[in-house]
Design a binder for this molecule. Structure first.
Ligand SMILES: Cc1ncc(COP(=O)(O)O)c(C=O)c1O
Length: 331
């Protein structure tokens, strides 16, 4: 058995329903107060902004290049925390962030929402590399909720609130059906989940006139109230065969990569780094290319999704590589 890395032993965890709630707690522990600023990548989803908004702070954006690494980290005396994102479960190089945080005495938060079970090349679990981290486990597993706050800084861990009470709600029919469908789909290759998704979209279209739910600017200013996850979700997390899941995801990455070898898309990453457990296969391409990719990966029972739903302040001047990024989601 692999021995846990030193900081896996010293990192304290608290569980929440959603990653954005864990982030609110991380920002509070970083002592981000109303009127402060938080440095956040411009390539981000609206939910992260809602956490910043909830503590009364203002987001200051930094740009990322096509490798999804920061271009420049701007400074201001109001900045109290910096968020570094492990996009799609790939370890972000934290060295520039550590330098920045040392220089300006601000706290680093490792946003590992996408990277449950993923580690860096030294085998350190993502989310545990900075004083504060978050992981949205529900993005890697079919559960209705489940996210984690990681506190690796000894002093901060002394300020950590108690674990919030777990919710007694069951997993719910939708998740049980999805889990069953997904198992059957993997065994038989019958696209049950795809059919179910089409039915859901058709129903939504008939009710609202839209096939996909689009979030509004309101999503950026929603007040996030931290609550505990369902006990039933926590049981699913404990039951997960982690090694089998890591193997499934890493093998799927290779198979999807080979299947897309001759397509028009550009993968975000040239290869899968050692110890990386990917959220999926990220690529750049236009809508037509994404449709082609969906056709090519249908046989693996996986779905192509667009990420992120960019913040309003970013969308107008967003460089192409923010708007044409897609993910073959391995859920
Ligand atoms: C990078 C990132 N951080 C945080 C979150 C928030 O996670 P959750 O949806 O569990 O609140 C998301 C959600 O999409 C995300 O993509």
């Amino acid at each position: 058995m692999k021995l846990p890395h030193l900081n896996e032993l010293t990192t304290a965890y608290r569980y929440y329903a959603y990653g954005r709630q864990a982030l609110v707690e991380a920002l509070r522990l970083a002592n981000v107060l109303p009127g402060d600023e938080v440095l956040v990548p411009a390539l981000i989803c609206k939910d992260v902004l809602s956490s910043i908004h909830t503590v009364g702070a203002k987001p200051v954006f930094y740009q990322v290049d096509k490798t999804l690494a920061p271009v420049l980290l701007p400074n201001s005396s109001l900045i109290k925390a910096v968020i570094a994102v492990n996009y799609f479960g790939f370890a972000q190089d934290l060295e520039p962030f550590f330098d920045y945080c040392r220089k300006f005495s601000v706290k680093l938060i490792e946003d590992n929402a996408h990277g449950y079970l993923s580690a860096n090349i030294d085998g350190v679990l993502l989310g545990n590399r900075a004083p504060l981290g978050i992981t949205s486990i529900r993005k890697t597993m079919r559960i209705p909720d489940g996210a984690r706050l990681h506190v690796s800084d000894k002093q901060l861990s002394e300020l950590l609130p108690d674990q919030l009470q777990l919710n007694e709600k069951p997993l719910g029919t939708r998740y049980l059906l999805q889990q069953r469908f997904s198992k059957v789909e993997r065994l038989t290759r019958l696209p049950l989940l795809r059919w179910a998704r089409s039915i859901v979209r058709l129903r939504r279209f008939l009710l609202t006139g839209e096939f996909i739910t689009t979030s509004t600017t309101l999503a950026e200013t929603e007040v996030v109230v931290p609550v505990g996850p369902r006990e039933s979700s926590m049981k699913e997390i404990q039951k997960l065969d982690e090694q089998a899941e890591v193997k499934r995801r890493t093998e799927l990455y290779d198979r999807v990569s080979s299947a897309l070898d001759k397509s028009k898309i550009s993968p975000v990453h040239g290869h899968l780094p050692e110890n990386c457990t990917p959220y999926g296969f990220p690529f750049f391409g236009d809508t037509e290319a994404a449709k082609d990719v969906q056709r090519l990966v249908n046989r693996f029972g996986v779905e192509v999704i667009r990420w992120p739903d960019l913040p309003e302040a970013v969308v107008a001047d967003a460089p192409d590589h923010y708007s044409n990024i897609w993910l073959v989601n391995f859920l």
